[in-house]
Design a protein around this ligand. Structure first.
Ligand SMILES: Nc1ncnc2c1ncn2[C@@H]1O[C@H](COP(=O)(O)OP(=O)(O)OP(=O)(O)O)[C@@H](O)[C@H]1O
Ligand SMILES: [Zn+2]
Ligand SMILES: [Zn+2]
Length: 803
């Protein structure tokens, strides 16, 4: 590359800096610097990180005034040309900053951190400061701020005795292991042996060992095989018979996987699906498929064989799974089929592990990336296919800048690579199924389970009725009996508790007072482990009160059902049952998910009790009963998708039973047995549910009939938040077409979070070509106030959460 000017996006997420800056490429970097690399550049009086997006020979600015790039952080670009374009598109289509978009595409470890320190140029005039330097040239900001007032520093800077120095560090770290290399000749070992006294038995053994094992091997292995210590080994090192060397290795979070699986003979419906997908792949067509297959219909095997086809063509594949730590079984199936050709990217890995997995993709050491949302940015350059499993999951939408939906990014990448996208699920979102019905997506239906196994029979238990009959426990009589039967027959049970919207809040039975977070508008949740009340939004916590803060009554209790409480109740009711509980508390440790599921798989427990995280991806042959303890939790959320989410969840959970030879049974407990989402889920009637829900969406003007945009305004002052929202609502009214429906301002369902009041304005529309322009103008108008951070305006195009 011979251009001499680089266009850089700098690491400052602020609206007035959200553009390219031109920098001179210094001589020593000419020819070495490439587009897509990270660089260190001077910016104002600071030094920061940036990405080189273009190189050019001409600038519209005065070239003599351009600053030069200080250094590059990479020897190989971290962003491909495709990703550079994608990042810009992402920023524009989600109304985010360029820098936030690029950061979102790269692993955490590549982000920069900044240290600020004071650099001494000559002896400071201020004695206190001079003393603090004490012969040093730099003082870290933290140390400085403890001792010297900022005013003094500013004066010294004016005198040019000192200057601020900014140091950029990035966090990519490589893992090294100590290796033992044998360097002594046989003769030298013999000479050493001759020197040894009779007491040095261990040394004799070690010499013998190295003569037998001359190859370089890990230190850890040498020590463990010889049952010896570093000290003992050091004697050989001192005699220059061995040497310790560092070797860089990839951290491998999936070490020691079991043997490989081979492709299964496909059932006819699977074969048809595979043929359709492979044919588009071979024709290089960026078409989107909806693979609508009931739970247990063998979708995963279709993915595996389609990927196999891609690999054989020398192409690569991306597989997206909801939240990967929740679906370890899924990951394992890919690992076992493709072994080392798979990189796994997800949040349960350490920063370093994730970086190593990402680098495998960058270095073309793998051809498959399996991961959660951000894996859609895997830097492959020859994609053959993108798969989004469980496409209905809300985790595919990022709820923070850039607010993108993985489906949109996938379609964009598919066009670039001319490859198909496969959306797979048993419960498509209404948006997706409507598109498939219109022919925008190719619809593939897989209505049968593998091996003709039937969908488990679902019964609904009306918990109000149970109460009338005097049953005050959390298990209906039928569920209790069914669990007991499974324990007796040594079959297994999965019990699902919907945590969201059904958490354990504290209420006084005398006065009805509930304990709420002082900063957010929601009840605190009781945590048994440390006997404290916590806020799920801001981390506020306080001890569980002994008496009601309102009336001092002692009858203050927690309500609702947490997994811990259910576990207690299970222990009481079925003392002989072995229970595995899976929730945020028991799975906090790394690898805990996998470990607990493995235990259950080995039948070391009778009952698996858990929250959302056990709803999908589980495939255990001996599970014959699935119980849903409280189906209504989601129904009560203030969200137009509440029914859809309930239907999806119930269908997914039910799908965990009877997947192999044994027939399954599902029992759903609910307080609203007449709700259509419960009734259609009972019949596994997706099409019936779709029809009914579409009618409602049409009547109430929601997606997929209308697009939504949600604008949320937050401010510490309630009036201010409401007023700004009102102004925005008026502006939208004025500038959009007559057809647009503009609602608000209304308080958000959670009116206050972290001490900030929240108001929202919702736009429903079919076609508003000017919407983005108007929204940009609004943001621009409030730019100054937003940059000072008093006012915040969030714009969410196609929101998934309305809270
Ligand atoms: N062609 C086949 N022959 C035999 N067994 C198969 C075949 N395809 C899939 N299976 C097995 O059937 C079970 C269900 O398949 P799979 O998990 O792929 O379904 P799925 O549609 O992905 O399910 P879910 O959406 O419920 O997770 C698995 O145990 C799988 O190994
Ligand atoms: Zn709070
Ligand atoms: Zn009270």
């Amino acid at each position: 590359m011979t251009e001499k000017i680089a266009r850089v996006v700098v690491d400052v997420p602020a609206s007035n800096i959200d553009r390219f800056f031109d920098y001179l490429i210094p001589d020593h970097l000419l020819g070495a610097l490439e587009v897509g690399m990270r660089v260190i550049v001077p910016f104002g009086n600071r030094t920061i990180m940036g990405y080189v997006l273009h190189t050019v020979n001409e600038t519209t600015l005065d070239e003599s005034r351009l600053k030069a790039i200080k250094a590059t952080l990479d020897v190989q670009p971290v962003l491909t040309k495709e990703l550079i374009d994608l990042g810009q598109w992402l920023a524009e289509s989600t109304m985010s900053f360029f820098i936030s978009s690029f950061q979102a595409m790269l692993p955490q470890a590549l982000k920069a951190t900044y240290d600020k320190s004071l650099h001494r140029l000559e002896e400071p005039k201020n004695q206190q400061l001079a003393d603090l330097f004490d012969g040093r040239d730099y003082i870290a900001f933290d140390e400085l701020s403890e001792h010297i007032p900022l005013r003094v520093i500013n004066e010294e800077i004016k005198e040019k005795t000192v200057e601020w120095d900014y140091h950029v560090t990035t966090n990519e770290s490589y893992k090294f292991v100590q290796m033992v290399e044998v360097v002594g000749t046989e003769a030298e070992f013999d000479a050493y042996l001759a020197e040894l006294t009779k007491q040095s038995k261990k040394q004799f053994e070690l010499v013998q060992y190295f003569l037998d094992h001359p190859a370089t091997q890990p230190l850890k292995q040498v020590l463990s095989e010889n049952q010896t210590t570093r000290n003992t080994l050091n004697k050989l090192k001192d005699h220059q018979l061995i040497r310790l060397v560092k070797q860089q290795v990839n951290r491998d979070p999936y070490q020691g996987q079991t043997e490989k699986t081979i492709p299964l003979t496909l059932a006819p419906q699977q074969q048809a699906a595979l043929d359709a997908i492979v044919s588009k792949m071979d024709q290089n067509l960026p078409d989107t498929f909806l693979l609508h297959g009931v739970t247990g219909s063998g979708k995963t095997e279709v993915y595996l064989q389609a990927i196999d086809h891609a690999i054989k063509q020398g192409k690569e594949a991306i597989v997206l799974v909801p939240e990967i730590s929740l679906t370890p079984m899924m990951v394992e199936r890919f690992k076992r089929r493709f072994g080392d050709a798979v990189a796994v990217l997800h949040s349960a890995l350490s920063k370093g592990e994730r970086f190593d997995e990402w680098r495998k993709i960058q270095k073309k050491q793998v051809s498959v990336a399996v991961g959660a949302r951000s894996a859609i940015f895997a830097p492959f350059e020859n994609l053959g296919m993108i798969i989004i499993d469980e496409e209905h999951e809300s985790t595919y939408k990022q709820e923070d800048h850039p607010r993108y939906h993985v489906r949109d990014v996938a379609k964009k990448r598919a066009i670039y690579h001319a490859c198909p996208v496969v959306l797979g699920t048993a419960t498509p979102t209404l948006e997706t199924y409507a598109r498939a019905k219109k022919g925008v997506y190719h619809l593939i239906e897989m209505p049968e389970r593998i091996n003709q196994s039937v969908m488990p029979k679902v019964t609904i238990q009306d918990m109000r009725e149970e109460l009338h009959q005097g049953n005050r426990t959390m298990f209906s009589r039928q569920l209790k009996e069914a669990i007991q039967q499974r324990i007796d027959k040594q079959e297994q049970v999965v019990l699902f508790l919907n945590r969201r919207g059904y958490s354990t809040f504290v209420m006084c039975r005398d006065c009805g007072h509930t304990v709420e977070c002082p900063d957010c508008d929601i009840s605190l949740t009781y945590h048994q482990r440390d006997h404290r009340l916590k806020c799920h939004y801001c981390n506020y916590s306080e001890p569980m009160p002994k008496v009601c803060p309102n009336c001092e009554s002692e009858s203050i209790r927690f309500f609702g059902t947490g997994t811990e409480k259910v576990e207690e109740a299970l222990n009481e009711t079925f003392p002989e049952a072995r229970i595995i509980r899976m929730d945020v508390d028991t799975t906090r440790k790394k690898g805990a998910h996998e470990r607990l599921l493995k235990q259950f798989g080995k039948k070391q427990a009778d009952i698996l009790l858990g929250t959302q995280m056990i709803a999908k991806g589980l495939d255990f042959p001996d599970v014959t009963l699935v119980g849903v303890l409280a189906a209504d939790g989601l129904l009560n959320l203030p969200d137009f998708r509440a029914a859809e989410k309930t239907f999806q969840l119930l269908t997914q959970v039910s799908g965990r039973a009877g997947r192999h030879e044994l027939t399954g049974e599902v029992i759903i407990q609910t307080y609203t047995p007449e709700h259509y989402s419960v009734l259609f889920a009972k019949e596994y009637d997706y099409h019936g549910f779709f029809k009914q829900e579409m009618t409602l969406r049409k009547a109430y003007q929601y997606p997929p009939y209308y697009f939504l945009t949600l604008i949320t305004v937050t401010h510490e002052n309630r009036l201010k938040a409401e007023e700004v929202t009102r102004v925005i609502q008026k502006l939208l009214n004025k500038h959009l077409t007559e057809q647009a429906i503009i609602l608000g301002p209304t308080p958000s369902p959670i009116e206050r979070i972290k001490g900030r009041y929240r108001f929202q304005c919702m736009v429903k529309y079919k076609d508003e070509p000017d919407l983005m322009t108007v929204l940009r103008k609004i943001l621009k108008h409030y730019e100054a106030e937003s940059n000072k951070n008093q006012l915040m305006i969030h714009i969410d195009l196609n929101p998934q959460q309305l809270m």
